[in-house]
Write a protein that binds this ligand. Structure first.
Ligand code: RP5
Length: 171
């Protein structure tokens, strides 16, 4: 799951997830970052099962060149909030669609941060995972015109797809 990091193009986004089982969701984040040519790394870091690893990850991320962290977790999803507590980098939280409560548990666990520590919370599942990548690219694009242009091109192509998409039997 660890992305192969190109030393000439070090990761700007860190994707972390609470379990290997979250990859089916966070894979959509990775796919969109790849589509936008944003270098990233991806790791399993659990708030509950590997808390020391989480603290180390969050505390060292900025020094390693990471500028935005995307944290996905399901159920009692403390990963994004605990990560945000240990770094001043922007943290985007992706609620994974859990099997028992359908991801509403994940969403509420991530979104209801107490005032003072911020997590930007996305939608449950694939849409949130995809949009987390786009939002991360937009944040990076504030200081990186190449990434800003990639986001712009993606939006244009998306608009064109909708415009040229005839409804079957109606054209
Ligand atoms: C959370 O528990 C993970 O983020 C995952 O969504 C959920 C279930 O994990 P597994 O039991 O599949 O490892 O910590």
């Amino acid at each position: 799951m660890n992305s192969s990091v190109n030393p000439a193009n070090p990761p700007l986004v860190g994707i972390i997830m609470g379990s290997q089982s979250d990859w089916a969701t966070l894979e959509h984040t990775a796919n969109m970052l790849n589509a936008l040519n944003v270098p990233f790394e991806a790791e399993v870091v659990s708030a509950h099962r590997t808390p020391d690893r989480l603290f180390e990850y969050a505390e060292t991320a900025r020094a390693r060149g990471i500028q935005v962290i995307i944290a996905g977790a399901g159920g009692a999803a403390h990963l994004p909030g605990m990560c945000a507590a240990k770094t001043d980098l922007p943290v985007l939280g992706v609620p994974v669609q859990s099997s028992i409560l359908n991801g509403v548990d994940s969403l509420l666990s991530i979104v209801q941060m107490p005032a003072g520590i911020a997590v930007g919370t996305l939608a449950i599942g694939k849409a949130g995972a995809t949009n987390a990548a786009i939002l991360a690219a937009q944040i990076l694009g504030l200081n990186n015109p190449i990434i800003a242009e990639a986001v712009q091109q993606f939006r244009l192509s998306q608009t064109e797809k909708v415009s040229s998409n005839n409804i079957p039997g109606q054209s």
